[in-house]
Design a protein around this ligand. Sequence first.
Ligand code: ADP
Ligand code: MG
Length: 396
Amino acid sequence: MAFTKKTVRDIDVAGKKVLMRVDFNVPLKDGVVTDDTRVRAAIPTIQYLKEQGAGIILISHLGRPAGTGFEPAFTLRPAAEKLAELTGYDVKFIEDTYGDEAAAACAAVKPGDILVLENVRFLKAEKKNDPAVAEKLASYADIFVLDAFGTAHRAQGSVVGPAAYIPAVAGFLLEKEVDTLTSIFAEPERPFVAIVGGSKVSSKIGVLDHLIDSADTLIIGGGMAYTFFLAKGYSVGTSLQEPDWIEAAGKMLEKAEAKGCKILLPIDNVVTDDFAENNVIETVDSDKIPDDRMGMDIGPKTVELYCDAVKGAKTVFWNGPMGVFEKDAFAKGTEAVARAIADSDCTSIIGGGDSVAAINKFGLADKMSWISTGGGASMELVEGKALPGVEALLDA
Ligand code: ADP
Ligand code: MG
């Protein structure tokens, strides 16, 4: 599916003031940005707008402040400084968002200028999508650009609001994210192998359901595999399990069969006797998990099976680790699958906070075709939902 909304390429921005919603929700430690991925991701659009001669006003949220005014732990100043450092551009920051100071600073923006306003969430009304917030923000500029993919699934004032007042288009990051994550349902190069892991079936049911419609093979790993085992009548010991979701898991297996999507479940598992101490670590077949053992990772036979499936794929979508990868003893399955994807020529698309963290931990990020910058937003797209932020933009 091609992107169906207007982008910055489709609108004349020269000499105009552009209000651009970015996702500068970066992790901070002692006022320093510890991971600048999200700032980097916004640069192509900022660069384009600057080169076109637009004056740029950047807005974003950061963290979860109370919404009752300025809080030093949530200031966007470090993100603005990071943008200046990464681009070499002169970036002005102002400690105000909705007040007279912000209005005056926006009024003074000239073509090529970059101004960053303070955290939009210092005012509670922002999250509630109060029209007064949207109208205020829109009054600062001629054009609205949404490039904050990570918050595009939230119908909040600074995301969806300005589009009601000024022409609203997408930035390059938003366009690429939506295009990439919807392409796996529209025209994936086949075979298309989807890999879903992580902790719970309940949080991924929509993802599984939609992937079964499109994938040739669906690989299941992580904690959610045990609820599938219960659906197949295996016992799972003390492994993570969701009794209320056994029926849903069984339905997924039936749906996959009906749709001709092959499902792969672990054939062996690395189990332990205690989540905290991990005194005993052993490998057991999936139909032989002892009552006092907990599944923590896929076993070596499963690794081989899954890596073979990845090797034969032209497109791979991956969300959710294969085991408790945060502990080295249970990271092997996730690492092996990540390496198989990295070593393959397939188009590889990765979504989900922990999956991305795992890939970064193994140093494989630059071997993937696309790593989504948005956890929740990417999952909603993969569930087949429309994102409110994208819906609000002008149709192409
Ligand atoms: P993502 O953020 O990539 O969408 P999730 O949040 O769904 O992934 O799941 C990640 C979590 O799943 C990790 O914290 C990991 O430790 C946990 N997990 C993986 N396998 C197991 C397992 N066998 N038992 C318990 N937790 C698991
Ligand atoms: Mg997660």
